[in-house]
Design a protein around this ligand. Sequence first.
Ligand SMILES: [Zn+2]
Length: 277
Amino acid sequence: MRFLKILIPLFFIFISVHAFSSSNNAALFEAHFIPVNYGDSILLKLPQGETILIDGGAEEYGEKVARYIEDSGVHRLEIVVITHGHPDHIGGIPTVLERIPVNEIWVNQDIFANRAYVPIYEAIRKRTIPWKVIRRGRNWDNLGGAEIECLHPAIVSHDPNDNSIVLKFRFHKVTFLFPGDITHRAEKELLGIYRDRLKADALKIPHHGHPSLNSFIEAVDPKIAVLTIGPNPYGAPDPQTLRVYSERDCPVLRTDQSGAIVIKTDGKKIWWETDER
Ligand SMILES: [Zn+2]
């Protein structure tokens, strides 16, 4: 059974209903968090119909991610973003590239140094897919009806997590922040540079709920947060970090409990649907 919850900004009214009929032909921005256990794979449907995939989960989830995309009626991806070179984000990408035509790939500068990108290189070369390195300061005023801003990284460090591409999306009044697997170091850097501009209505919790700075969560001040998580030997999520969200009355949706999570906005309201387990 699908459940739908609606959050109206300012009033925080939660409504749970069993059926949903979207307003006729209203342009929506949708973020689909595909359940890939401890890993990320997020399909974005932009208001004008374009699609972006952020990460592809681990190698063993490539097939599941490709199937989810196809079952969502998507048969071409405009952009595939690889936030960073860790297996739980990059592993499924070659399968996705085999199955679904892709117009362009965005990567960070780590592609020049990290061996994890070798299978991606090969897949890109085989299919001659254009790719670009994305850095802080790149903005797209209108990509599929949404604004996109790259907040991070400016330069890459020795830590692949803190090299994660951080993207902020805006559709009219509603904003989404996708910070990959950044940790304290990058959170601190972002706070120093952006502070007030980190604020976002919906947040993908950084790095599967490993410890985050309280000040980072306060600056983002999300109304809804998504935790991409499954069994793992690393002790994630950090209970103290999750407590910060609950103390701020920010609901946390978890892919291990809810399955696929879809957050939608018409540019004013924000609501979500989950697969009940
Ligand atoms: Zn990860």
